[in-house]
Design a protein around this ligand. Structure first.
Ligand code: FAD
Length: 403
């Protein structure tokens, strides 16, 4: 840091787009970059371009609250997120990059008999999946988290579901590490290149139109997260997805005071402390569809109020800033990773507010699908047709404001 950046080398090449690729990935976020990395590393497919309309990592992958966990309850999600957590655990070695994975443990608080039963059921499902879950009684919780307000009468704390292998990771580093991994193996990462059209001829995708000219491709993967519906529209498709803004907040840096990720089961609030010391927290979506990646004051009040109810001590911290990101909310809260009815056109979307923890597996299974034509067993249920067939994956207990 004191060298004035002298002698630093670029992490990835800055190539001109070629006229044709085997595979074009739309979106240089976490999922697009991860997919490119695994295509090259695991399948030896390197004639690939990732097209990003802004800069790499400028989307939600760099805007989230960095929570990583495998504590889903329903089949479909549980095997997928379990696969992802295992990839997280080997990611720094795989990428030779410090993504600052911190398995500090996640505690989801419960506030009623019914919620406690549901959490214990979910904990059993997690253990059956091979992941870790411990139910904490209020006494055990008080020893670990003495600063919570256990006296509050409106939502008394009945216990917590503890997932020790959950935690956080440094979001930008994840994007940069995957970008370097893909670029160094020959994938072209093309920034400032917005896809404006998807070319389809006789039921088959043939390429894309971009602000840097047309690019032909044998296969195209739409991995645009919050912009997924707009991308699909370019191919004449409608996705079961709505885009909403999700905000997050950070305080001034404090000495270490919150050791875990904590989520409130009765209000829209979750919190962790960053390595710089800031308290990072968030809550629920703005409940109207929007493409404006910025916050608004009613949600600031809503989240701060929930936080103060749960842990009044944070009222002393000064909030430094808030920001927003556009979430591609699927109608059952679970993702879609599938082929479309257009030959060669694939989609990965519906990441909702939980797609950061899914970045390793999301890219890994999409690379598998693109390379082999077969669904990876860990993502076999994320089919587009489940919304027509009624086989939704409504994992409500595990989504909500936990992120
Ligand atoms: P992005 O980084 O958004 O990537 C998509 C990319 O596509 C963007 O860079 C965009 O510019 C590009 N693109 C779009 N359209 C085009 C086009 N036409 N041409 C070219 N490029 C295009 N998840 C968790 O697991 N844990 C959390 O704690 C968590 N907290 C969150 C908190 C907030 C405030 C927000 C906003 C999100 C949070 N999420 C969390 C969700 C997570 O960030 C997203 O689900 C995930 O990052 C989405 O996948 P991505 O990284 O590929 O998206």
């Amino acid at each position: 840091g004191l060298t004035g950046n002298k002698g630093w080398t670029a992490h990835w090449r800055d190539p001109q787009p070629k006229p044709e690729y085997d595979i074009v990935i739309i979106g240089g976020g976490g999922h697009g970059l991860s997919c490119a990395h695994y295509l090259a590393k695991e399948h030896g497919i390197t004639n690939v371009a990732v097209l990003e309309k802004g800069y790499l990592g400028g989307g939600n992958v760099g805007r989230n609250t960095t929570i990583v966990r495998a504590n889903y309850g329903l089949s479909g999600n549980s095997e997928f997120y379990s696969h992802s957590l295992k990839l997280w655990e080997g990611l720094e070695q795989d990428l030779n990059y410090n993504v600052m994975l911190s398995q500090r443990g996640i505690i989801n608080l419960c506030h009623s008999d019914g919620q406690r039963d549901a959490f214990i059921r979910r904990g059993n499902a997690m253990v059956n999946q091979g992941d870790d879950a411990i139910f904490l009684t209020p006494d055990a919780l008080q020893k670990m988290l003495p600063f919570l307000d256990y006296e509050q009468s409106r939502f008394p704390i009945f216990g917590g579901l503890y997932h020790p292998r959950g935690g956080t990771a440094r979001h930008d580093a994840v994007a940069w590490g995957y970008a370097r991994g893909a670029s160094s193996r020959g994938v072209d990462l093309i920034q400032q290149c917005e896809v404006t059209g998807i070319d389809v001829s006789e039921g088959k995708v043939t390429g894309v139109q971009t602000t840097r000219g047309p690019i032909r491709a044998k296969k195209v993967a739409m991995m645009g997260a919050g912009r997924s519906s707009q991308l699909a529209e370019m191919a004449g498709m409608r996705l079961p997805v709505e885009s909403h803004v999700l905000q997050a907040f950070v305080t001034e840096g404090l000495k270490p005071c919150i050791d875990h990720v904590i989520s409130y089961g009765a209000g829209h609030f979750y919190i962790s402390q960053s390595d710089k010391g800031g308290l990072v927290f968030g809550g629920d979506l703005d409940m109207y569809a929007s493409y404006a990646a910025r916050g608004n004051l009613p949600m600031v009040e809503h989240v701060a109020e929930a936080g103060m109810t749960l842990m009044p001590m944070i009222g002393k911290a000064k909030m430094l800033r808030s920001w927003g990101g556009i979430m591609d909310m699927s109608s059952d809260g679970s993702p879609i990773i599938d082929r479309t009815h257009i030959d060669g056109l694939h989609v990965s979307c519906g990441w909702c507010y939980g797609g950061f923890k899914a970045v390793p597996a999301g890219g890994h299974v999409m690379a598998h699908l693109l390379a082999t034509g077969q669904h990876h067993p860990a993502a076999a249920k994320f089919r587009l047709d489940r919304f027509r067939s009624g086989r939704g994956i409504m994992d409500e207990e595990a989504t909500g404001s936990q992120h």
